[in-house]
Design a protein around this ligand. Structure first.
Ligand code: ATP
Ligand code: MG
Length: 609
């Protein structure tokens, strides 16, 4: 564990956000939070799109900019809350005209563009279910998810449709309507123009009475550990999106907020669309790809105040401007509006937090959650000290525990009972007490898998953590990735973070490799920063470096250099793939493998118009 603590003197917004953490936790109540958001007893009638858009218009903020759309080629346009209310009404009207019913699925295969927002929110107004896909998926994973999710409508671009859907269309009879965003060739059978359809629809739409328990969102997990699962979320999830964005992202109506997550990943919806809009902020919608200079420019030009991104993105910025200087690149941009950077998706190495503090003068706030939880569960907060390497503390309203492990590393369940670890510093499976509004209500068509996620009244996350004496949680690894070597359980994250402290290492992925003598040894795959040569001398240096930091029982025994560590589109190192390749095993489901080398950005080139 890193010992450095980054102290905060006050909340950057001057508000005592979570200063008194215990008091805030003790008084928090989801029922009250629902009533506050909806203004109705028991949170009755909560509809995600109403809370995100129409509510602001009703409250006289219709003129405020909702979306600030930054084009790939430069330049930006604004969409006000009133514009967005009308536009989403029109899309809801299109669905109604097409006869698309409640709970029927509307999919997107789009980069980040305004039409994505219109589709998502218009779908929710019509009480249909929104399901986004990665635009970088190949034809097979697209088809698999359209089928698994019973897609009735798909909104995409012509290029994406031709390359990824057209060939499988005949085998998807339930996919009745395909709407094409942007230019559409006249000879594209079985499709309609998004713009024409929307333009012809009325600008008013009355949202039908909404059951807060009605299915609203379908999100496929990242597929890091295997076949993706379709997690189902309901309308009242919006309460959790709203509340957690207040605590963990410290959003206020004057904020300019930018979330770089790919729209196909759960963060792209929960915190790329819904949560920020419920706070009435201005959301930056960037259609372009990742590029360090471009990102700094957007942060500066748009005066972004809260930035939500992923560890890989922070590591890319680190790679471009290592600690020790010179810091010319970030200093050539005016980042004075930015209060902090928040990060999610995979472990945020302590070096990244220290780098943000030293190089940008900004706090980097790690937070933890899953597709299944629907919203942030554990986080660093605006006014709380940061312990680099820790995910932070559970949000008010979230009851988290560390459960005693069984021999396979996961929670030991004996006669249906689990044991909560009371002592600090002990590794165990992270468990959450169900009851928050965005908790998933099932894996689509897979009841058994859903049931298997619970024991003794807890939801079992599959992640291993430890809690320190002050209630900060520390990520150890996914239970499936944990390495058992010579009687020790080794978390890959700890080994990867130690390697990243070496000045030559950009990123690392660590696996267990069977060994005749030791049973399993630790093997590390390492990518290097520019200017370093992958040779035997560096390999020996890294092995010795890791041994000094971690001790011989935990340090890697083998190191391989790999400039292209396999990652999911959401930016996670796919350790299971490293392991499969190392052992010559089948690669399994690699539909979410990132191939473009660009992570966390809007979409690959053909993904947007
Ligand atoms: P699948 O469930 O299909 O294997 P996945 O678990 O990667 O894929 P997601 O729901 O997108 O799918 O990711 C959630 C997981 O990401 C968490 O369970 C955890 O392993 C990891 N994660 C998310 N945030 C953090 C974080 N701040 N620190 C460490 N790990 C994180
Ligand atoms: Mg998972």
């Amino acid at each position: 564990m890193a010992e450095k603590v980054i102290r905060k003197r006050s909340s950057p917004t001057g508000r005592p956000n979570l200063r008194d953490y215990e008091r805030e936790c003790a008084r928090f109540d989801w029922g009250k939070a629902s009533e506050q958001l909806s203004g109705l007893p028991g949170g009755a009638g909560l509809n995600i799109a109403h809370e995100a858009v129409d509510r602001h218009v009703a409250q006289g903020r219709g003129g405020h900019v909702a979306l600030r759309c930054v084009r790939r080629e430069g330049g930006a346009t604004s969409v006000s809350y009133l514009d967005l209310a009308r536009w989403t009404n029109q899309f809801a009207g299109v669905l109604r005209r097409l006869g698309v019913e409640r709970e029927e699925r509307v999919f997107t295969l789009l980069g980040r563009c305004p039409e994505l927002y219109v589709t998502a929110l218009g779908t929710l107004k019509n009480l249909s279910v929104f399901c986004p896909l990665f635009s970088a998926f190949g034809p097979e994973p697209v088809e698999q998810r359209l089928r698994l999710g019973d897609a009735r409508v798909l909104v995409t671009t012509e290029a994406l449709y031709r390359r990824k859907v057209a060939a499988s269309r005949d085998g998807l009879p339930q996919l009745e309507h395909v709407l094409i965003v942007g230019p559409r060739a006249a000879d594209l059978p079985g499709t309609m123009g998004f713009e024409q359809m929307v333009d012809a629809a009325p600008q008013t739409f009355t949202i039908p009475p909404t059951d807060p328990e009605a299915m609203a969102l379908l999100h496929f997990t990242s597929g890091t550990t295997g076949t993706p699962k379709g997690a189902v979320h309901v309308h009242q999830a919006v309460v959790a999106h709203h509340v957690t964005a207040g605590y963990a992202l410290d959003l206020h109506p004057d904020d300019v907020y930018w979330c770089t997550a790919d729209p196909g990943w759960v963060t792209g919806t929960s915190y790329g669309i819904i949560a920020p809009l419920t706070h009435g902020v201005t959301v930056v919608v960037d259609e372009g790809d990742f590029d360090t200079r471009r990102w700094y420019r957007i942060l500066a030009d748009e005066r972004v105040s809260v930035w939500y991104t992923a560890p890989t993105a922070v590591r890319m910025l680190m790679r471009a401007t290592p600690r020790g200087g010179p810091y010319d690149l970030p200093r050539s941009f005016d980042l004075s509006a930015l209060r902090f950077i928040a990060s999610v998706g995979e472990p945020l190495n302590p070096q990244a937090v220290v780098w943000g503090d030293e190089v940008l003068g900004l706090p980097v706030h790690d937070n933890w959650w899953q597709t299944e939880t629907g919203c942030i569960m554990i986080a660093n907060f605006a006014a709380c000290d940061i312990r680099p390497g820790s995910m932070g503390r559970p949000l008010p309203g979230v009851k988290a525990a560390v459960l005693q492990q069984g021999p396979d590393g996961r929670a030991a369940v004996v006669d249906g009972k689990v044991t909560v670890v009371e002592r600090p510093g002990v590794d165990g499976e992270l468990a959450l007490r169900p009851g928050w509004p965005s908790m998933f209500r099932g894996y689509l068509h897979d009841r058994q898998r859903y049931d298997a996620s619970f024991a003794d009244g807890w939801y079992l996350t599959g992640d291993l953590v430890r809690e320190d004496a002050d209630g900060y949680f520390w990520f150890v690894g996914r239970a499936d990735d944990v390495i058992k070597s010579a009687g020790h359980l080794i978390g890959p994250f700890e080994v990867e973070s130690a390697l990243m402290e070496h000045p030559a290492v950009a990123e690392a992925g660590v696996i267990g490799k069977p060994d005749e003598v030791a049973g399993t040894i630790v093997k590390a795959f390492v990518s290097l920063k520019p200017g370093h040569v992958a040779d035997g001398a560096l390999e020996n240096e890294l092995l010795a470096f890791a041994r000094r930091r971690l001790g011989p029982a935990v340090a890697p025994r083998e190191i391989a250099f790999d400039q292209n560590l396999p990652k999911t589109r959401s930016g996670k190192v796919m350790r299971r793939l490293l392991r499969a390749r190392e052992l010559g095993l089948p690669e399994g489901d690699i539909s979410t493998l990132e191939t473009a080398g660009l992570v966390g950005s809007g979409a690959e080139s053909e993904g947007s118009r």
